[in-house]
Design a protein around this ligand. Structure first.
Ligand code: PMP
Length: 351
């Protein structure tokens, strides 16, 4: 017996999140947070909720938030599930929809949480090759598998798959659940939510952590056929400890009520991304086309690990993955224009 007392614990390779330094001096471009604060209306709603009913338990069915999200997306309340961040929703979805008998498919380069969850729940999985520029070929996600999980845009590559491509995957997998993880969809992609009406096997997962600047509040959403939502509820209720707290519920609702702020900050981030992409290309980087709030870039002149270390010395944190295929790339979150100028200045000194 190992010192962990269980073979599962001993064999697990846990997910390693990006650094969250205590030191505020860093320009933090390593975990795809939004550089802008949440809407002032969210802050107001949080203040109000803090002064109101914190001594009372929150509504375990999160009805008010589910109604808000349902009307925002033109769905029914019974098609909405909410969780403490989309990671928690994925943690429920894996045991709810996948089994050990047939492999779950996901891209070879993707969000590293997926293999961790599969391993945790004893599920089998297979990775599907992307091409040398990380393009996903939907035709490779055919039948004879146990389901599909796909971030769109993909992380950390930032590659977007078209709605046509998603439909191809859904059509080829009508007997399995297809999860589209839309953590970054608001930065220029087209959501698969309208496909829910035609595809009872589609679960769309979103988060308020990125485009709504609420990573610290922990709110995720899942949308799909009521049977899929019921599956998630059964897993959630089996843990009996997870529901959103009163502050998260109030803040999330307020976020959906300030569309103008949401559009304005997203527009700024996309403009900064385009400018940063051009500037990086101008100093010799190859940048993968991005529809997300980050870019994935490689510089043939210097190793990515070295660039990561040099940037860190200069107070700038980006993400480096010491993994096959992507160990020459940096994932750089889009910050404010000033932060990206500081990054470009630093790279100019290093290169
Ligand atoms: N999916 C993807 C693809 C992500 O990159 C992230 C953020 N690391 C998440 C889900 C989880 O986000 P959260 O738990 O903050 O909602």
């Amino acid at each position: 017996m190992s010192r962990f007392w269980s073979e599962l614990t001993a064999s697990l390779v846990p997910y390693v999140p990006g650094e969250q330094p205590k030191d505020q001096r860093y320009i933090k471009l390593n975990t795809n947070e939004n550089p802008y604060p949440p809407s002032p209306k969210v802050i107001e709603a949080l203040r109000h909720a803090a002064n109101a009913d914190l001594r009372l338990y929150p509504d375990p069915s999160c009805d008010a938030l589910r109604e808000t999200v349902a009307s925002y997306y033109g769905l029914g309340k019974e098609q909405i599930f909410v969780g403490n961040g989309s990671d928690e929703i994925l943690a429920f979805a894996f045991p709810a929809f996948f089994t050990a008998a047939k492999p779950i498919l996901f891209p070879d380069v993707t969000y590293t949480f997926y293999p961790v969850y599969a391993q945790l729940y004893g599920l089998s999985y297979e990775t599907v090759p992307t091409d040398e520029r990380f393009v996903i070929d939907p035709q490779r996600y055919g039948a004879h598998n146990g389901g599909v999980v796909l971030p769109n845009p993909n992380a950390p590559t930032a590659r977007l798959l078209s709605i046509h491509g998603i439909k191809q995957i859904l059509d080829a997998n009508s007997d399995q659940v297809v999860i589209i993880d839309e953590a970054y969809i608001d930065f220029g992609g087209q959501s698969a939510i309208p496909l829910i009406a035609d595809y009872p096997n589609l679960l769309v997962v979103q988060t308020l952590s990125k485009s709504r600047s609420l990573a610290g509040l922990r709110v995720g959403l899942a949308m799909g056929h009521p049977d899929l939502i019921e599956g998630l509820n059964r897993i959630k209720n089996s843990f009996n400890s997870y529901t959103l707290d009163r502050l998260a519920l109030a803040g999330a609702i307020a976020s959906f009520e300030d569309q103008a702020y949401f559009e304005e900050t997203n527009r700024k981030i996309q403009a900064t991304r385009e400018r940063t992409t051009e500037a990086l290309a101008g100093i010799g980087f190859e940048v993968i086309e991005s529809q997300a709030n980050f870019v994935f870039a490689t510089c043939p002149r210097r190793s990515a690990q070295e660039l990561f270390a040099e940037l860190k010395k200069r107070g700038i944190l980006v993400r480096y993955f010491n993994k096959p295929r992507i160990d020459q790339y940096l994932r750089i979150s889009i910050g404010t224009d000033e932060e990206m100028d500081a990054l470009l200045d630093a790279l100019g000194q290093i290169l």
